[in-house]
Design a protein around this ligand. Sequence first.
Ligand SMILES: NC(=O)c1ccc[n+]([C@@H]2O[C@H](COP(=O)([O-])OP(=O)(O)OC[C@H]3O[C@@H](n4cnc5c(N)ncnc54)[C@H](O)[C@@H]3O)[C@@H](O)[C@H]2O)c1
Ligand SMILES: [Zn+2]
Length: 367
Amino acid sequence: MSSRHPHIEVRLRTESDRSYRVMIEEGCLEKVPALLGRFAGGGRIFIITDSRVGRLYGRPLLRALAPLGIPSTMIDFPAGERSKNAGVLGMVQTAMLDGGVRRDSVVVALGGGVVGDVAGFAAATVLRGVRLIQVPTSLLAQVDSSVGGKVGIDHPSGKNLLGAFHHPSAVYIDPAVLRTLPETEFRNGLAEVVKIATALDPSFFRWLERHARELRPGKSGPLCEAIARAVGLKALVVGKDERDGGLRQSLNLGHTVGHALEAASGFTLRHGFAVAIGVVAEAAIARRMGYMSGKDFGRTVRLLRRLRLPVQVPRLRSRARFYEALALDKKGVASGVRFALPAGIGYCALGVEVPRRIVEEVTGIRE
Ligand SMILES: NC(=O)c1ccc[n+]([C@@H]2O[C@H](COP(=O)([O-])OP(=O)(O)OC[C@H]3O[C@@H](n4cnc5c(N)ncnc54)[C@H](O)[C@@H]3O)[C@@H](O)[C@H]2O)c1
Ligand SMILES: [Zn+2]
């Protein structure tokens, strides 16, 4: 017998439909217990949340599930970005295993983007994946992180460096919960709304210019519309490019500079604020390189200001860390930093290589 073996192909082309629905409705949190009951079909529900959201919404949800006879467990961890690490992830995974997780169990990620990312990563990894439902409670999570399937944690070397793609089976968005969100966190989420409009939709951008002052947690009409338009755009992009191969990179607008600013501030700068400053810096780069007019640059800055978002590069703890992080941005490429730049309002130029000299000139950050 020959020692040569034929090549064996492992065929993986069968594509199952992983489409899911996003419900956006004022007050829909009250319907969530019944929806979960129908969805879980007897499987145990693991509500994963943080300390603050757990107190406000986790315990009431747990209490509402009990009379429906739905077996459920709540797992919580301290609120804040610092919890997005391997230690907390391990604690959540262990609590799920100790709590009798099975393949038919369901993880409910109830909280902001940190909870969505950690709970989603736990759902992706425990038993090689159990079903996930996102119930985002911060504006940032409602307009951005709960849709799209990216889950993960930070590593000492950088943000979001460990992760997976694990799409939810459903997303339930209740804008009413934003009334308890601290005002700073609300503005933090607005930055992602501006990002998505600047990158993808000139008419949404114009709508934001007209309705900026009405975007408040107590006023649900305009807010619901803004959330729905942002989610609609994200869904469209993710549907066309699930894994960041092309179009999805447009959602990275403001994030190349933004992530570097976050890192250089020792993660004291909130993500959304870093993104707002990043959008302005990248718009300035776009103007400098001839992709964007001075007029469109001015509109971008004015909209962010109207929403009381920062537009100026702050004093950084470490300028070296800024450039280090730019090269480390995992969406960058080894040969240099590539940006998604605004090419006018509502359009993006992808994969643009920007010389460091222009970044220095525009941000004023020189080592
Ligand atoms: N996976 C993705 O596609 C994606 C996209 C964007 C951002 N992210 C990640 O999201 C994270 C940021 O998310 P975030 O800004 O929501 O931060 P967060 O999850 O830390 O929430 C911010 C704060 O608001 C509190 N909170 C949340 N909802 C509340 C409510 N309704 N009432 C009162 N308090 C409430 C939280 O307890 C927390 O203290 C970052 O780690 C970022 O990397 C992920
Ligand atoms: Zn972001």
